[in-house]
Design a protein around this ligand. Structure first.
Ligand code: A3P
Length: 280
């Protein structure tokens, strides 16, 4: 049965709320000593911005260039799981792929020092909020919010897992021009998947033919990934691939909420690389 007591959902670490169902204090402490490799591939995003999408794309690209199927038995979110995972990760062959929802300034120092390539995906905050709301309310094992209005208030205050979308964006925004960082937009990937995949391949230094890019593109559409979601992501699969559209926010946002978010967006991001490029 669904629980609605949200106070039991989070624990706070360095001012950011994290879900108790996925993160633990001991793991964060162990993460400080994480040893990055310069050929690690880090995929960063705020939750619900398309992390599973780019993870799939990067795995497919790597499978083609390395001619082997990339499968990790481990849930790859860097900061999630048990504290022994970093020991196990030492045994992973290079290049290791990991995803993270951490704000840039919360990344372990070795990742920053290593100059490992970091691919960041952003999605417009309105669709992100709607996707996050549905995720909470649909997945049986995590508490629901009472209503969309209730969730919206928490989202705007950053009282959700991994904290504020806006703080995350401000924090990453300062580094989007760094040489080892590339940022892409969910909306651009949706508009032209093959072009996006090609750009990701170029950033990672992978050389693929047009045909190979097209083949990966066909396997990376929402429909293709949704159809295989249970096979690839288990029971949570169908909830991770819910709708996959741009503009779904119009089905839930009230006019006042839309204005409030536009204002917040302007205050936080107007005139910045991200603020200029985000589309919604
Ligand atoms: P919706 O809830 O709007 O459908 P994450 O992987 O970061 O949790 O993000 C999940 C969101 O990305 C979901 O959004 C999901 O449907 C969408 N998504 C996943 N794969 C996709 C794909 N191949 N094409 C478009 N959207 C995709």
């Amino acid at each position: 049965s669904k629980e609605t007591a949200l106070s039991h959902l989070f624990f706070t670490y360095q001012q950011i709320p994290y879900p108790v169902t996925m993160c633990a204090l001991e793991t964060f402490k162990a993460l400080d000593a994480f040893e990055a490799r310069s050929d690690d591939i880090v995929l960063a995003s705020y939750p619900k911005c398309g992390s599973n999408w780019i993870l799939h794309i990067v795995r497919e690209l790597l499978s083609v260039v390395s001619e082997k199927k990339y499968e990790y038995s481990e849930f790859p979110v860097l900061e999630c799981g048990d504290s022994e995972k970093y020991q196990r990760m030492k045994l992973f062959p290079s290049p290791r792929i990991m995803t993270t929802h951490l704000h840039y300034d919360k990344l372990p120092g070795s990742i920053i020092k290593s100059k490992a390539k970091i691919l960041v995906i952003f999605r417009n905050p309105k669709d992100t909020a709607v996707s996050f709301f549905h995720f909470h309310n649909d997945v049986p094992d995590i508490p629901s919010y009472g209503s969309w209005d209730d969730f919206f208030k928490h989202f705007m205050k950053g009282q959700v897992s991994w904290g504020s979308y806006f703080d995350f964006a401000i924090n990453w925004n300062k580094h989007l021009d760094d040489a080892n960082i590339k940022f892409i937009l969910y909306e651009d990937l949706k508009e032209n998947l093959a072009t996006g995949i090609k750009q990701i391949a170029e950033f990672l230094g992978f050389c693929l033919t047009g045909e190979q890019i097209q083949a990966i593109s066909a396997q990376s559409t929402f429909q293709a990934m949704q159809a295989k979601s249970q096979e690839t992501h288990g029971a949570v699969g169908p909830f991770l691939f819910r709708k996959g559209e741009v503009g779904d926010w119009k089905n839930l946002f009230r006019e006042t909420q839309s204005q409030e978010m536009d204002e917040k967006f302007k205050t936080c991001l107007a005139g910045t690389p991200l603020g200029t490029k985000l589309k919604y």
